[in-house]
Design a protein around this ligand. Structure first.
Ligand SMILES: [Zn+2]
Length: 401
């Protein structure tokens, strides 16, 4: 029986997709198919609104790496190995390594911005099409780009560090300043790495040529400051008042004279507010994701191969509810044949769409066309467009009433 634990997803490339309808291979064909998808009457008993499910592919145009794309982490950096939840919780050494890596990576992350794909989702909300977004991304681009459309962040967010004892959250920017204060050699190194551009690439060879040495695990080696010397702070709340542990004893929160957490500590440990591999998604988030799917009549999947179970099961749930599914993703999607099973081969998008055009070129162009159609519909006779788009059963009811 599958669980909702975050596992290392498949690293293999998935087979290329069958484009649906076949005309969706071109930009204009894909736009027409998606308009058909949005404007066709929903299946009986389902609402006309669309829920969006996104992944790393949507953020590629913001300069962030995805996993399986052309420049994706799994293709470029073969030695990449993420840190597991249980290692993070139980090992001071693992936390040093995580925060050291994160210290170097945060600058790139914090300077990146939402892209045209995110803003197109905002516009689809304004057009009354999209009412909920579920994302696997931890970059906070959705809430930044469209604060008016609710976003469920399935795997958490990097903008905060959270205490594993008291659950208080602290802004990542403030935490970064603390890391810099506690690790002056790393702070200097980071300054140099930013000016050499070495942090802007995931390619180990390119990094090396710009003066950054990587070890066999794909970690950066800072000359004169190995990982073992990296220091990170304690949760300020738990430091003031150590929390009780699960067994009823008082937790130990010890720091050195500068405020860096001591290895004897077993509480007040700060963790990124994301779901690490091997951890599970909270029941609350899981149920909210189910509700978002269940309250919509269509699912639009953007920039994800659905390789993680937590995301894939939502698409499966949508299909089982009879919701038409549209997928915009470069490369194959896990088990995608199932999402398009039983479609009428002649359908033009109303039952499902599969296209491989990049989100940052397709979505803004789609919004542009939809605005033109909206503007045209205001000049049409009042019933012209709505009759075309109405559910035949609804029209019949109108005639009978
Ligand atoms: Zn705490």
């Amino acid at each position: 029986m599958p669980t909702s634990f975050m596992r290392i997803p498949y690293r293999d490339l998935l087979p290329p997709p069958a484009i649906i309808p076949p005309s969706a291979t071109t930009l204009s064909g894909a736009i027409t198919a998606l308009q058909e998808f949005f404007y066709s009457p929903p299946p009986p008993g389902l609402p006309p609104s669309t829920v969006v499910l996104t992944g790393a592919g949507l953020s590629v145009a913001s300069g962030l790496a995805d996993y399986r794309g052309v420049r994706g982490t799994y293709r470029v950096n073969k030695t990449h190995r993420p840190i597991y939840h249980h290692e993070f919780i139980s090992s001071h050494e693992t936390r040093k390594r995580y925060w050291a890596r994160s210290f170097l990576g945060w600058t790139t992350m914090s300077m990146a911005n939402p892209n045209s794909g995110h803003y197109a989702i905002r516009d689809l909300g304004r057009l009354g099409i999209v009412q909920n977004v579920i994302t696997q991304n931890v970059d906070s681009f959705h809430p930044r780009a469209h604060p008016d459309i609710p976003t469920l962040e399935l795997h958490g967010y990097l903008r905060s560090a959270v205490c594993i004892s008291c659950r208080n959250e602290y802004p990542r920017d403030v935490f970064q300043t603390e890391l810099a204060r506690l690790n002056p050699v790393w702070k200097e190194f980071l300054k140099e790495a930013i000016s050499s551009g070495a942090l802007e690439t995931e390619d180990p060879n390119e990094k090396r040529s710009r003066g950054i040495k990587m070890n066999a695990d794909g970690d950066v080696e800072v000359p004169g400051a190995p990982y073992t010397t990296f220091r990170y702070p304690a949760c300020p709340t738990c430091l003031t008042s150590p929390p009780p542990l699960a067994d009823g004893t008082k937790g130990v929160v010890e720091v050195d004279k500068d405020g860096a957490l001591d290895s004897r500590s077993n509480a007040g440990i700060l963790k990124p507010a994301v779901v690490l591999f091997g951890d599970s998604i909270s029941a609350e988030v899981k149920h909210a994701a189910d509700r978002a799917i269940d309250s919509a009549g269509r699912l639009l999947v953007l920039g994800t191969s659905l390789a993680t179970y937590s995301a894939w099961r939502l698409a499966k749930r949508a299909k089982e509810r009879g919701m038409p599914v549209a997928v915009v993703n470069m490369g194959g999607v896990r088990g995608e044949e199932a999402f398009f099973a039983g479609l009428d081969p002649k359908q033009a998008g109303s039952q499902g769409v599969r296209t491989e055009i990049s989100t940052e070129s397709l979505l803004p162009a789609l919004v542009h066309e939809m605005r033109k159609s909206e503007a045209r519909s205001h000049h049409d006779p009042p019933h012209g467009v709505s009759f075309e788009r109405a559910n035949p059963a609804e029209v019949l009811k109108d005639f009978l009433s």
